[in-house]
Design a protein around this ligand. Sequence first.
Ligand SMILES: Nc1nc2c(ncn2[C@@H]2O[C@H](COP(=O)(O)OP(=O)(O)OP(=O)(O)O)[C@@H](O)[C@H]2O)c(=O)[nH]1
Ligand SMILES: [Mg+2]
Length: 367
Amino acid sequence: MQVRKYKADTIHNAVNLVKEELGPGALILSTRKMSAGAITPSYNTQELFEITAMPGGGRKAERPYSSKSRALMDKTDAGLFGSLKSELMSIKEMILLLNGSGGLEEGFRQNPGAIEVYGSLIRSGIAQPYTQLFLEKGGAFKENGGASSKDLYRRVFKEVAKVIEVTDPFKHDDKGQVVSALIGPTGVGKTTTIAKLAANLSLKQKKSVGLISIDNFRIAAVDQLKTYAGILGIPFFAAFSHAELEFALKRMKEKDVILIDTAGHGHYDVQRIEALRGLFGSYLTIRSHLVLSVVTNELEMKRAAKNFGRLKFNSYIFTKTDETQARGVIINQLFRLKMPISFITTGQRVPEDILKATKKDILRLLF
Ligand SMILES: Nc1nc2c(ncn2[C@@H]2O[C@H](COP(=O)(O)OP(=O)(O)OP(=O)(O)O)[C@@H](O)[C@H]2O)c(=O)[nH]1
Ligand SMILES: [Mg+2]
């Protein structure tokens, strides 16, 4: 089977070329419109049409080939079919993207380069309205906005970066002791993240660290952190009441950093969240940080942020970024409730899998 490509300035001329060479029974496999300049400078027209075709009428018309040249041709055919298949896939994807593009078709017609950037943001999990906003702000639909997709990527990423704010809760200043509590839904990685933070602060940053666990209904959960404290050789207290929390804080008042682990609450468990607020309420020094897993369904994430908002948290910690490619949920959450990001966790290993949040790292994880 001989698959060949024919190029001409109009589709009509390309069809004529096919007929001339392969006869009127030729089978047209695909047609494609291209920009002529990109292919060869010898074409003076703006557009170029390419037809992929093969002779019709079955194998009888073909010349017999040696087994060597047959194998070579099969290889070429396979390559051609491979490229046709991937072309079809990208066309399919583009149609899907355009269908959900909320009326951006006209913008894309003017600047086809913008489709690639748009697809990249959508694939990262950033919701359509925010993706559209980033493209608009990046000038994707202005005249020449899509001239170079590299340039457009740069401008759009800059817009995404503007939405991201980062903070370091443990940055040394003269405020004295830092007391940080991690709050959040069940199983998002609070205890694991505390262990990572404790190890990095004490071993790498040479800070004196103390741990407190507030989990008054699960002995195993308390043991989990106690074990980490033992390994690191740092003090640990379990506190189930005001008095016990007060005692633990007093005993560790010389420490640079105190990390407080809390029991995971279902975000519908407003009563428990309120209880925690009652417990923390009288300590102005305690700063809370909301831990959210990026694999959580977005609606759940939104509700969790709302209900834990009663505790007036100071930053987000996003966990389990290693479990999904669609990390754009981070950006979606920032649109719902703007708050700086302090840490990102990237796996189960303690203490390695944690990053201090930087705009650059977050952008790298997103795209
Ligand atoms: N893949 C992955 N797993 C993680 C990450 N962080 C934590 N985990 C895992 O998530 C599971 C739950 O972690 P925990 O630290 O016990 O979660 P928690 O928020 O303290 O849970 P509760 O105390 O029950 O609310 C464990 O299996 C962790 O190893 C991460 O960044 N990536
Ligand atoms: Mg825990």
